[in-house]
Design a protein around this ligand. Structure first.
Ligand code: GLC
Length: 504
């Protein structure tokens, strides 16, 4: 298997609305992102994955796509997107975009046509009678249109599901892929990838979905080095691995690792399971600690229950900030040392906590409204980044004091500027870790070292040894030169909730 770029890439996830605002309207955009490309280069990003950047009414943060071949005006223009791709490539950074094939937007031309001309409704999932399915965001999964028919939306009512039994839908998306590959995009992250096909009684992981990705793989393979990345949340690893067969997707997000509690036996189980699941299909594993849908690691790891589950996101549960921060640092070096691809969600490198006290009237995530306010939703991990300065907007916007979601005053200590000046900061840990990772790691697997059960210790073929102490006592390190640690050693020993990298 050729060592293609994504197999070991460090991929930085940009949630565009919250990354950097270039034009001063309080919402992040392409101008802001372009101005911060040197930051991402210095951080060590091999690639950027952007959440949807298409025209959208923003009923679900852009996952309600009105036009798959253009750019949301709040973010910029298609010409700016092309300039961004060129500039990223000049810095040797690849560009991955989000493709949303399960559903569209009620504002899309196709859906508008379906409303006025019922003969075109076969592109969506219209029925005379709804079934009892519930939306993943809460409430019924069906909405009635004025003439009496119902359409399916597994997510918000503004996100009508496509009908993947219709060849026109296949042709449309294959063309959309080509549209962006022609513009130099290096890969796509496929939203809700296991949900596309439906029957009248089921919608998750139906067998026909694999034919979709076999066709997409042919499209990707007709270009040079393009990657297909699946958002596949499936409890069954055997079923998960089917998406990664050699003629389907190249990689998929490792949500087991993301959801795993800070527990040595559980982490080891998940790491081993990940490796044994991926090996037979020859796909590189991926390591993910956070994204725009989940509680920030610093907050999660400071709680009594350190796991993550969508249904029970444990909002407002007490969290020990200092403990969470220390563990998040240790987790970062652990994730970076594992074999395969790495994802870093914006703000993770700054150690941002989840913002749990956003005013309810500013919450935008449909999960909040559709749960009747019982689930505060995902806005808390989407607050705009602090770049510099002592008060909001912390350099996020050149004009407005308050971005689209307010930043906590306490973030002055967490700005990129403040952290660059502090050698021990989370940002400098990520920079050092990503640099060493690129120099020292490579493809291949890991070899566990015999150790205390509370310790995860392994070597990589390159000679790097990674030791993470999840116990309550400091432990002795193996022989070797210490290259990097997530926290200070105690008389040469590795304290609890700390990771060390050593040269073998
Ligand atoms: C994915 C996205 C999430 C979005 C959902 C519906 O899970 O990551 O943000 O709300 O799909 O598109």
């Amino acid at each position: 298997m050729p060592n293609t770029w994504w197999r070991g890439a460090a991929i930085y996830q940009v949630y565009l609305r919250s990354f950097a605002d270039g034009n001063g309207d309080g919402v992040g955009d392409l101008a802001g992102l372009r101005s911060r490309l040197p930051y991402l280069k210095d951080l060590g990003a091999d690639a950027i994955w952007l959440n949807p950047w298409y025209p959208s009414p923003m009923a679900d943060g852009g996952y309600d796509v009105a036009d798959y071949r253009d750019i949301e005006p709040v973010f910029g223009t298609l010409a700016e997107a092309e300039s961004f791709i060129t500039e990223a490539h000049e810095l040797d950074i690849k560009v991955i975009i989000d493709v949303v094939p399960n559903h569209s937007s009620t504002a899309s031309a196709w859906f508008q046509e379906a409303l006025t001309d019922p003969s075109t409704r076969d592109r969506f999932w219209f029925r005379d009678q709804p079934n009892d399915w519930q939306s993943i965001f809460g409430g019924p999964a069906w909405t009635q249109v004025p003439d009496g028919q119902w359409y399916l939306h597994l997510f918000a009512p503004e996100q009508p599901d496509f009908n993947w039994d219709n060849p026109e839908v296949h042709a449309e998306f294959e063309d959309v892929l080509r549209f962006w590959f022609e513009r130099g995009v290096d890969g796509v992250r496929i939203d809700s990838a296991a949900l596309l096909l439906k029957s009248d009684t089921a919608y998750e992981d139906l067998d026909g979905v694999h034919d979709v990705y076999r066709r997409w793989r042919q499209v990707a393979d007709s270009y040079d080095e393009r990657v297909l990345i699946g958002e596949v949340w499936l409890p069954d690893q055997e079923r998960f691995a089917r998406y990664l067969r050699p003629d389907e997707l190249h990689t998929a997000f490792n949500f087991d690792f993301l959801s795993c509690p800070w527990d040595p036996a559980e982490l080891r189980r998940v790491i081993d399971l990940t490796l044994t699941t991926h090996a037979p299909v020859g796909a590189p594993p991926t390591w993910v600690l956070s994204n725009h849908d989940v509680t920030r690691p610093v907050t999660r790891y400071g709680r009594a229950d350190t796991s993550f589950a969508h249904g029970g996101a444990l909002h407002g549960t007490p969290s020990d900030a200092e403990l969470g921060y220390r563990r998040a640092r240790a987790a970062a070096l652990l994730a970076m040392a594992l074999p395969g691809g790495l994802y870093v969600y914006q703000g993770e490198e700054l150690g941002l906590p989840e913002v749990e006290d956003l005013p309810d009237d500013l919450r935008q995530d449909p999960m909040y409204a559709r749960s009747g306010g019982t689930n505060p939703g995902r806005d808390g991990c989407r607050v705009p980044l602090p770049w510099s300065g002592d008060e909001p907007p912390f350099g996020f916007s050149p004009a407005v004091a308050q971005p689209w979601l307010p930043q906590p005053e306490s973030w002055r200590k967490l700005s990129a500027e403040a952290q660059l000046a502090d050698l021990d900061s989370m940002l400098n840990l990520y920079r050092a870790g990503l640099r060493l990772r690129r120099e020292l790691l490579g493809d291949g697997t890991l070899h566990w070292l015999p150790y205390d059960p509370a310790v995860l210790a392994f070597t990589r073929d390159s000679g790097l040894t990674c030791v993470t102490n999840l116990g309550t006592e400091a432990v002795r390190l193996p022989a070797g030169e210490v290259l990097l640690t997530s926290g200070p050693l105690e008389d040469g020993a590795l304290p609890p909730d700390t990771t060390a990298w050593l040269a073998g």
